[in-house]
Design a protein around this ligand. Sequence first.
Ligand code: ACO
Length: 370
Amino acid sequence: MTAIKGLEGIVATTSSISSIIDGILTYRGINIDDLAENALFEEVAYLLWYGKLPTKTELDGLRKQLDEFAAIPAEVIEAIKLYPKHTNSMAALRTAISSLALYDEEAGDMSPEANQRKAIRLQAQLPAVIAAFARIREGKEPVAPQAGGSVASNFLYMLTGEAPDSVAVKALDQALVLHADHELNASTFAARVTVATLSDIYSGVVAAIGALKGPLHGGANEAVMVMLEEIGSPANVEAYINGKLTNKEKIMGFGHRVYKDGDPRAKHLQKMSRELGERIGNMDLYNMSVKIESLVTGQKGLKPNVDFYSASVYTTLKIPRDLFTPIFAISRVSGWTAHILEQYENNRLIRPRAEYTGPASAKYVPIDQR
Ligand code: ACO
């Protein structure tokens, strides 16, 4: 038995949800470019869960369910108020989503209908939990979502307590479409491994949040912003990046396990970053990002991934840096839950093997002889 490090190139399951073939990403066969330009996030979530685009009536029905399910139990809000002041936002999300299961009467119901409802409930509650956490740590009361609002508009509304402008809503909605699913990425794999033991959907989503948190996966968008802040201005880019590359340090937001010729989602975020920068009359973040890209691609041949331009997009939308990865989760919970439902439909325990590299034929030594 020879281990394949990082399972690179291993095909671990079948799935009809999203595909990456020859560098082209599709959700249920629809090219991500088409969806990014034309679809709303709720349509995409429906597509991932049900395998087809919704009719107007079906979309209205989903929106109604999202409204109905968005309320967070008072006990979960009270618990968030007890989190230590400097709690990491992804740790807070992981804990809060786990505690939501305690108050869901359907948590242990494994019927497909109950699991579908729980998927929609998680989609509705996850943004509300993040917004509540962000407000509570600033000493403010959580704001309830507005009925009839989209996931994007309601998240911005719950965060600030003010009606968001339409450009910000459109940009966030497009970012949510772009992040919704991505074949067997690390967090989705973690979710599938978890529920393949026939554990519940909350356990799968909590495992996925834990996997997304790391900087090699979803945590990279926050790490990109840390880098942009460290660089400070376009004039400092060259020295900073050259220094990192000379020291063989990774540049966050670049490279990908599957895409070797560029991430098809990055160009949409780059365009958004430029347009939002132009709108506020400050192109510094965009200009720094473009300069970084030119250096890293020029010297290492590495292209930006989905996380790279999201950092400047979210900052221009005035979203605090440590909410970038939670926003990734607001979108990806649609994909995680679609994969969890697919796993339940055709389940087999996921249990690979390890190549053993420890000592051979060792003997037990009694404790008084060690
Ligand atoms: N900066 C500099 N060098 C890099 C980078 C980078 N961002 N990414 C890869 N490389 C180099 C590695 O150092 C390695 O070089 P070597 O062969 O000389 O040792 C080579 O490219 C291969 O890289 P690996 O890390 O082995 O590639 P892997 O497929 O394991 O990792 C990953 C992919 C984790 C995305 C990697 O490119 C990386 O760490 N990128 C930065 C973090 C990041 O942006 N993560 C977000 C990914 S997208 C997402 O999850 C939503």
